[in-house]
Design a protein around this ligand. Sequence first.
Ligand code: SF4
Length: 183
Amino acid sequence: MTGISVGRLWYPVLTLGYGKRLGVWVQGCRRRCRDCISPDMQPFSRNYVLTAEQILDRIPEHAPVDGLTISGGEPFEQAEGMLELIELFRGRYSEDILVYTGYTIEELHHKESDQMEEILKNIAVLVDGQYAAEKNSGIGLRGSDNQRIHIYKYHERYTGAERQKRDLQCVQLKNRLWMIGIP
Ligand code: SF4
């Protein structure tokens, strides 16, 4: 299995998608958006590399799992490992897989990569586009108004999500607090 360089992992994530989810933040992004909301995820360090199997092992036994949220960093920079994770997760838990990317959907299709297409076929929701702080108007699920929500599955869960109120989940990460969600 291919390893994924992971920035952070959390279960349960309650504020990025429907229900109780596994959250995976991949490490590494080339975009350098102004006002990046996760600057610590930009470096392509390989300090914490896990296989898909090891990532899913972080879910407690018998815990309810409604979906998987993948963010970053830039998930599509690690498309091979990401596809393995998506396939394993779908087989074990759910097809509700929500992915955040700084690429637009057009840019992803333009890459003409089989892995990209396979990922897009197998996820439920893609939130695409670079984060733009000046266009952050507080809409649900997206960071800024230029980003788009593409819903492929679970329309009943995600249609109208941008009209819902944002929430932040405060968790203890080692010796500091971490807010999960869109600020
Ligand atoms: S795409 Fe995300 S992680 Fe990458 S620079 Fe932009 S806000 Fe930061």
